[in-house]
Ligand binder design. Structure first.
Ligand SMILES: Cc1cc2nc3c(=O)[nH]c(=O)nc-3n(C[C@H](O)[C@H](O)[C@H](O)COP(=O)(O)OP(=O)(O)OC[C@H]3O[C@@H](n4cnc5c(N)ncnc54)[C@H](O)[C@@H]3O)c2cc1C
Length: 472
């Protein structure tokens, strides 16, 4: 069923200006372009108006107004979403939390940070590192994405392997519901089983249940040492096999990233620099961290042994900070580098780690069968591989015909391996119609009922997560 929304009238605009101040509104006809897209393909969905509130009370007033006038509201942060999560599909209000960007507290006694949602992830990481603490969730977009966006998508990143994803660090929230009600689930408590866990329900809810206005995030002491190696493999299957074997050797690296040759070539093209071993068919970038250097050296030796047993001819040890940062800069630029090559669709497959060799084989078979070029890279230690399907030389017509069957094929194989259709980028707009492959109707029905408890009129981030019949 297509949701019905009202337009933003001059009266509604006037009310919005009263709530946040005229200077914090971009009215219809103003420059809405930045708020019309995120980082998902080339989609453009302009809002009718942008509002930039400063606190929960203002957001509460905006949502009450939107609910009573049946206007759609799309929460937006840094708009780096790769699933179309921040796209205002139905126009309406883009609610940008960009002004709510203060670190309110770094509590060194309890090891928690209290933040507003618009704080850039890396800004918090650097602030806590100054006092010897550590906030590990590190999406590759950490220099631009926000903690609010990370919470809404339950972002992962390389360090999720040892330290967990965003949900593992969120202990309390302040959230404004579409009704305007303000909830404060959780707190600075490491244990808390008083009632349903609403804190975690909002994590990963993609801005469809409420707007996060504050978060209490756990911190830990920063590990003192880390060691990084880059390992070349003759083929993707050998690299994927080595990943499981490293864990079977009882080593838990803090990161284990995968790059196939084409991904590395794209990064080299973008950076104008060479990667060590870039002629290998697949590379693993592995890091260990801890407080005892000798232990880390022994772990690296063991990792080298395991990788060589799996076919790695050699390995490159990043001996100093400069080399380490160079390797990470290359890895972090792959997403953007691949996107520069062509129109693309990025899928975010995840499988149990032991099934990884089957997944990399399936990706190659599907790419060949459908005649679509695929470039893969990602957080392989988590079983999470980003598959970029590239339009390349295909005509628009061929691309439109081939893409959906290829994605369905990819998801069928991923699900058959015990996996899921997204590991960290979210369902958003682009994956919503594949949700019925991932779950039976009765499961989706429960999700719909949960949405309607929080948002009975469906005004908050409409058109996301749940399958719909219409297409744009
Ligand atoms: C180059 C690149 C690399 C990336 N690497 C990774 C990676 O390694 N791991 C990973 O997980 N992701 C990655 N991403 C995806 C993206 O950066 C993350 O999903 C990120 O969490 C989005 O944050 P944002 O601030 O940009 O949010 P936005 O894109 O603005 O919004 C994302 C979602 O959150 C909702 N939202 C935003 N703020 C709030 C709020 N305050 N309350 C409620 N809902 C809200 C929006 O409605 C939307 O649904 C990458 C993206 C790019 C472009």
């Amino acid at each position: 069923m297509t949701p019905m929304f009202e337009r933003v009238t001059p009266e509604i605009l006037q009310e919005l200006e009263k709530i946040v101040g005229e200077e914090n509104v971009i009215p219809p006809g103003g420059d809405l372009s930045a708020y019309s897209h995120d980082e998902t393909e080339d989609f453009v969905f302009p809002p009718e108006v942008v509002v930039k509130p400063q606190n929960a009370e203002e957001i509460s007033a905006i949502l009450r107004l939107a609910q009573s006038s049946s206007v759609a509201v799309t929460p937006q942060a840094a708009r780096t979403s790769l699933s179309g999560g921040a796209l205002p599909l139905y126009g309406g209000i883009a609610l940008s939390i960009e002004r709510m960007n203060r670190i309110l507290e770094i509590d060194q006694g309890n090891l928690f940070a209290v933040v507003e949602p618009g704080v850039i992830t890396q800004v918090l990481q650097e602030a806590v590192e100054e006092v010897g603490l550590f906030y590990p969730p590190d999406p590759s977009s950490r220099g631009s994405s926000t903690l609010g966006g990370n919470i809404a998508h339950c972002a992962g990143g390389p360090k999720a392997l040892k330290y967990g994803v965003t949900k593992d660090w969120v202990y309390g929230l302040e959230v404004v519901l579409p009704s305007g009600e303000i909830l404060r689930p959780g707190g600075k408590l490491l244990k808390n089983v008083a009632g349903y866990n609403l804190t975690q329900l909002f994590v990963g809810s993609e801005g469809t249940l409420g707007v996060v206005t504050k978060a209490i995030l756990k911190l830990i002491p920063k590990p003192t040492f880390s060691k990084t190696v880059l390992v070349p493999f003759p083929d993707p299957e050998s690299a994927a096999t080595a990943v499981t074997k490293i864990f079977q050797a009882k080593i838990i690296p803090c990161t284990c990233e995968y790059m196939e040759r084409a991904a590395v070539e794209a990064a080299e093209l973008r950076k104008g620099e060479k990667f060590p071993h870039s002629d290998a068919e697949a590379l693993l970038l592995i890091e260990v961290d801890g407080n005892e250097e000798g232990v880390l050296d022994r772990e690296i030796e063991k990792i080298a042994e395991v990788c060589m047993e799996c076919g790695a001819p050699d390995l490159f040890v990043a001996l100093d900070k400069e080399k380490r940062e160079f390797l990470w800069a290359m890895r972090r630029c792959i997403g953007e580098a691949v996107k520069k090559l062509s129109t693309y669709r990025e899928e975010d497959t995840v499988v149990p780690r032991i099934r990884l060799p089957e997944l990399v084989r399936a990706i190659r078979e599907i790419s060949n069968r459908h005649g679509i070029r695929a470039i893969s890279y990602g957080h392989i230690g988590d079983g999470n591989i980003h598959v970029n399907l590239l339009r390349g030389d295909l005509s628009k017509e061929e691309w439109d015909q081939k893409l959906d069957p290829a994605v369905r094929d990819l998801f069928e194989r991923t699900l058959a391996l015990g996996g899921q259709i997204t590991g960290e980028h979210g369902v958003g707009y682009v994956q919503r119609n594949y949700m019925s492959m991932a779950y039976p109707p009765e499961y989706l029905d429960i999700l719909r009922k949960m949405k309607s408890v929080f948002d009975p009129k469906g005004i908050l981030n409409p058109g996301k997560i749940l399958p719909v019949e219409e297409s744009f």
